[in-house]
Design a protein around this ligand. Structure first.
Ligand code: SF4
Ligand code: SF4
Length: 467
């Protein structure tokens, strides 16, 4: 028997259950509670992280800066080059596995607490509440004819939404262009045409997605919401209504012996529906539109408290728990994801921390060899040093592989931070020591100021064979 739990793929009642029905606007009620507080702190942290990493300076650069024209990516003091792109791919694969692991264990917590769509929607909903009032006032305002008050409230709401959209757009574009210069460049017309386009695009998209589309993005556009339900099993944490405890639902007096009346703990106040950002009724069972935000838990706990009933009629639980069985934490799938994650994170960390900060390329000249004034055989090479460090370094060049191999000319090279340095170099060998027409040699560079930075490159030395 499958261990998967059924997730209803239903259209929320706000759309009348019909995909082609006109969408009804969801007016959520304000509420307080533990999970709301957690979400507020997590959201504030992520919002500040998004703004902060673009505006913060680190080691003389923007903390995070994808410098596309120069093909350098600065991430908290480390510089990544196109050659390091494999690391980025690994990071994305690790993030995907982390998401799978979290989903199998705790369901849609990513959607409820960390997804940008959810975070920005809650911010926009807060603006709506500040400018237009709580749920009932907003419903009234919607129905009322245009008046000066309605116009001013709407104007304030849309202006603030656009302002947040603009800050979002500016910050996003600021990850790809120096953010401190961007606002002034945009104002004075000095910015690149693409900067205007992308700032405008992200401003409008934020305004539309968090202001108008909201739950539609989660229900109809987000691919994650579609495939995650197959990862759920009967031990996955989900937001659930305890029907055994709640039914039969119905209104009653606080002091009534409701059990004697055949009623359960649900007083049918519908507050859980009124706070739901996707407009669903969790009492109908787990639905694809539920983003696991726990707003219904917070508000129902408050109701239970007021009624003097035990909290948790709606709670984070598992299907097994609801049916009276024990929740299994160690399931093969979860352990598999955890093991794969651990291995990938270890390998990734090892690669990042042991990443060489210098690249060396030595390309041999097309002329095979020449004899110099001292009668030695000389080969010429093009030396290329890429300094990936954030600091300048002086490197000493050495050649080895043939007896008496000597570098002619300069042997010390100063390379600036992030510079790709090129210079011709030549090495000479006494003809007596050349054993074959093609000989393997090796070039090594060593930083004089940091012994841990060195790099080698293999090459060949050609010359006449003296028998
Ligand atoms: S908030 Fe709780 S008590 Fe009120 S309708 Fe929802 S489940 Fe029932
Ligand atoms: S049903 Fe509850 S947890 Fe799910 S989206 Fe609505 S309020 Fe959030």
């Amino acid at each position: 028997m499958s261990n998967q739990i059924p997730v209803k793929n239903v259209t929320p009642p706000t759309q009348g259950g019909d995909l082609y029905a006109k969408r009804e606007k969801i007016h959520t009620r304000a509420f307080t509670g533990l999970f709301r507080t957690v979400r507020m702190y997590v959201g504030a942290f992520l919002f500040l992280l998004f703004l902060g990493t673009a505006w913060l300076n680190w080691d003389g650069h923007q903390a995070v800066w994808w410098n596309l024209p120069e093909r350098k990516f600065y991430v908290f003091g480390a510089t990544f080059w196109p050659q390091d792109f494999m690391l980025l791919s690994w990071l994305l694969i690790i993030s995907a596995f982390a998401l799978f692991f979290v989903t199998v264990y705790a369901g849609r917590v990513w959607c409820g607490y960390a997804c940008p769509q959810t975070t920005w929607t809650w911010i926009f909903m807060w603006v709506e509440k500040v400018t237009e009032g709580d749920r009932n006032k907003r419903i009234k305002l919607d129905k009322a004819p245009m008046s000066l008050e309605k116009f001013l409230r709407r104007f304030a709401k849309h202006s603030l939404w656009l302002l947040i959209g603009l800050v979002t757009g500016l910050t996003f574009v600021g990850y790809f262009t120096p953010i401190r210069e961007l606002p002034m460049d945009l104002l004075t017309g000095q910015a690149n045409g693409w900067a205007y386009f992308w700032v405008g695009f992200f401003t409008v998209m934020t305004y539309l997605a968090a202001g108008f589309l909201r739950e539609q993005v989660c229900i109809h556009m987000c691919p994650y919401s579609r495939f995650q339900s197959v990862m759920f099993d009967k031990d996955t944490l989900i937001v659930s209504y305890d029907a055994k405890r709640g039914e039969n639902r119905g209104a009653r007096k606080k002091t009534a012996d409701y059990k004697a009346e055949g009623l359960g703990d649900c007083i049918d106040c519908t507050l859980c529906v009124q706070v739901c950002p996707t407009g669903i009724d969790i009492r109908d069972g787990l639905q694809i539109a539920c983003v696991s935000c726990a707003a219904c838990i917070d508000v129902c706990d408050e109701v239970m408290d007021k009624m003097g009933y035990e909290k948790g009629l709606i709670r984070y639980t598992t299907e097994h728990n609801l049916s009276g069985e024990k929740t299994k934490l160690l399931r093969p799938r979860l352990v598999g994801y955890a093991a794969a994650l651990l291995i990938m994170i270890s390998l990734f960390s090892y690669t990042v921390f042991n990443r060489t900060l210098v690249e060396l390329n030595v390309i041999k000249d097309r002329i095979p060899y020449r004899e110099n004034m001292s009668g030695r055989i000389e080969n010429v090479y093009l030396l290329r040093i890429i300094n990936k460090d954030q600091h300048a370094h002086t490197y000493v060049l050495e050649a080895s592989g043939l007896s008496g191999i000597t570098l002619e000319g300069k042997q010390n090279f100063e390379v600036q931070a992030g510079e790709i340095f090129s210079a011709p170099v030549s090495v000479s060998v006494d003809p007596e020591n050349i054993g074959s027409s093609t000989n393997k040699i090796e070039f090594t560079i060593q930083s004089v100021d940091d012994q841990s930075i060195s790099r080698s490159s293999k090459s060949t030395f050609t010359g006449p064979v003296i028998r």
